[in-house]
Design a protein. Structure first.
Length: 165
């Protein structure tokens, strides 16, 4: 199977970016502020996706709002081709829906990972998780490494973080 790459990246003036009028995803002020904080900490890691068919944003409306809040003049854009407006709309909705509908964030695993990291000293708000709290390690059942054997079938699973041993 051949997958066609349909994007081209470039820096674009924010004033030229047009939100899609049919975008169903709404971004709260709190989310936009958090995203702006993440941009300040991590930089920009995802471009805004704009359709070459309509010159409208199909992914990244919240990124645009955060960039505006920060007073940015330009933002990276990935220009993408769509067969028609139905195809464009389907992408715009599915881009958000697929992760919200089918994915689940394992907060227990994140909690354990953070506490196992050496020298962790960042603001946990920078994880982008609303109301995240680091729980004490004794709350989690974590098997000792010597008990693990990759050749043995997994029989146990931690109910908090889904770690298997």
């Amino acid at each position: 199977m051949t997958i066609k790459i349909q994007c081209k990246d470039e820096m674009v003036d924010i004033s030229e970016l047009k939100p899609h009028p049919k975008n169903p995803q709404k971004h709260s002020e709190e989310q936009v502020e958090r995203l702006a904080k993440l941009f300040s900490y991590q930089g920009i890691r995802h471009p805004i996706v704009v359709s070459t068919l309509t010159n409208r944003i199909v992914a990244g409306h919240g990124r645009l709002e955060a960039a505006q809040l920060l007073g940015m003049e330009k933002f990276p854009v990935s220009w993408q081709e769509f067969n028609d407006e139905d195809h464009e709309y389907s992408f715009m909705v599915s881009d958000n829906a697929i992760q919200q509908t089918f994915a689940e964030m394992d907060l227990g695993k994140i909690n354990v990972d953070i506490q196992e990291m050496d020298g962790i000293n960042f603001d946990i708000d920078l994880l982008g998780i609303k109301d995240f709290v680091i729980e004490p390690m004794d709350k989690f059942e974590i098997p000792k490494e010597k008990e693990l054997d990759e050749n043995v079938e997994t029989k146990n699973e931690c109910p908090s973080c889904s770690y298997r041993w």
